[in-house]
Design a protein around this ligand. Structure first.
Ligand code: FAD
Length: 434
């Protein structure tokens, strides 16, 4: 591998999974010159979740290099010099536009060709745009999406330029809720619009959502539910000033931030790899249908052992762990490697709230516990999801690390519950039995 642009191991994508993969390669003794990472971004891999949280704080915002991987999991921070020291080639500002898995080559926008022995696909996700649903006007300069540092810089600029102005946040999922909160903390007048009956409807029950919606309202955020945006009307300067809704309402806006979902960035591999719903099919070691090609992080459609079905997971914890597992499999070719065994874990932090969820939000019943009263200083409450009499999912707002650990254990162990009243009474303390 002495030729330029030719690597024994090549990672396509320079996000969370790529960064954790690089650390794992290094731990397992990759030699200088063997590993390359190609990224469209201009910076070394970083902890993407910071972009909708600390990066947008009004005071002491996080800035790179503070949140390069692997600080998010309490590890060493891998800045540019770390890659240099290890002889790992970080090829930044390089967008791959063509791939040929037969000839084992990737071609960039400027025509450079990269050759690999083993490829790891870690291209993550791209944002879903309002224009994908036929909504006009989302190219306006004050309509913002959030996926990478460049996007986050635009939000920061807009918050400065539109000081005390009106922000419309489109979407009531993770990004919408986190950005809505932080825009408010920056003193913007925030209205959130989402189509669901309640926020985060893919995870939250009505009762859980009701708490966060009350909290947001108490912070002065207006919530417009059960409707969607049909048009963004720009003024002669090309700035959107009006957001038109399906229910006939019109919202005034100085800035619009959209968080309506993401989709796996796998277009480069269509027709070359087995896929499903845009995800790349892998085995339990993240090997794809083509030899020497692996897929990790958001793009992998992998067997989730605990639930005995294939899933794709768009969360940072899986990006980290899938990366480490794939590299273990690649570097330990001769040895038997245990397949990935993953318990879903999601979290979010907004204002001074913080929740964690472990497991699967499925089943015929949920049991709520704790105090959801906004008057208490630090609300602490949770929810268990019960399927066929077993606890499958565990949610906790305001937990400390021990309590969150107990929830994690519970979701792993899926204990049977005979008496739901007792479960409700015991609440959080029930989790400490496992
Ligand atoms: P990414 O981190 O997205 O990295 C993909 C990389 O590939 C990028 O560098 C991209 O530029 C590069 N790339 C793609 N295509 C090409 C190409 N053709 N050529 C060159 N480079 C390319 N998850 C949580 O669990 N908790 C959170 O609180 C949370 N907050 C989030 C906040 C934001 C704003 C965002 C955007 C995501 C958040 N997530 C969160 C999701 C989490 O960040 C992702 O699941 C995780 O980053 C996925 O890692 P990845 O490496 O698969 O993809």
């Amino acid at each position: 591998y002495l030729f330029p642009n030719c690597f024994k191991y090549l990672i396509l994508g320079g996000g969370v999974a790529a960064g954790y993969a690089a650390r794992e390669f290094s731990k397992r003794g990759v030699k200088p010159g063997e590993l390359g990472i190609i990224s469209e971004e201009s910076v070394a891999p970083y902890e993407r979740p910071a972009l909708s949280k600390g990066y947008l704080f009004p005071r002491n915002p996080s800035r790179l290099p503070q949140f390069h991987v692997c600080v998010g999991s309490g590890g060493e921070r891998l800045g540019l010099n770390w890659y240099e020291e290890k002889g790992i080639e970080l090829i930044l500002n390089t967008k791959i536009v063509k791939t040929d898995l037969k000839s084992k080559t990737l071609t960039s926008e400027d025509g450079s060709v990269f050759k690999f022995g083993t490829l790891i696909i870690a291209t993550g996700s791209g944002v879903v745009k309002l224009s994908d649903f036929g909504v006009k006007g989302d190219q306006a300069k004050n309509v913002l999406y959030l996926r990478d540092v460049k996007d986050a810089d635009k939000v920061v600029e807009a918050m400065k330029a539109k000081k005390n102005g009106k922000a419309v946040v489109v979407g009531g999922g993770y990004i919408g809720l986190e950005v809505g909160a932080v825009l408010r903390q920056n003193n913007l007048n925030v209205t959130m619009v989402y189509p669901g009956h309640w926020c985060m409807s893919r995870l939250f029950t009505k009762e859980i959502a009701e708490f966060y919606e009350r909290y947001y309202t108490s912070k002065g955020i207006k919530l417009v539910k059960e409707t969607s945006v049909i048009e963004l009307e720009a003024d002669p300067n090309g700035e959107v000033k009006k957001v038109k809704l399906k229910n006939g309402r019109e919202l005034e806006a100085d800035v619009v931030v959209v968080g309506v979902g993401a989709r796996p960035a796998t277009g480069l591999f269509q027709g070359q790899l087995e896929m499903n719903k845009g995800g790349i099919k892998t085995d339990g070691l993240f090997k794809t249908s083509v030899n020497d090609v692996y897929a990790i992080g958001d793009v992998a459609w992998f067997p989730m052992k605990i639930y005995n079905e294939r899933r794709r997971v768009e969360h940072v914890d899986h990006a980290r762990k899938s990366a480490m597992k794939a590299v273990e499999a690649i570097m330990e070719q001769e040895k038997v490697v245990e397949v990935y065994d993953y318990l879903p874990y999601f979290y979010s932090r907004v204002f001074d709230l913080s929740w964690q969820f472990y497991g699967d939000n499925v089943g015929e019943r949920t049991v709520m516990f704790g105090n959801r009263n906004l008057v208490v200083k630090k609300p602490k409450f949770g929810c268990y999801w019960i399927k066929d009499g077993k606890i499958m999912g565990a949610f906790l707002e305001g937990g400390d690390s021990e309590e969150n650990k107990a929830m994690q254990n519970l979701a792993w162990n899926q204990p049977k519950v005979d008496d739901l009243r007792e479960l409700e009474d015991k609440g959080l303390s029930f989790a400490f039995n496992y």
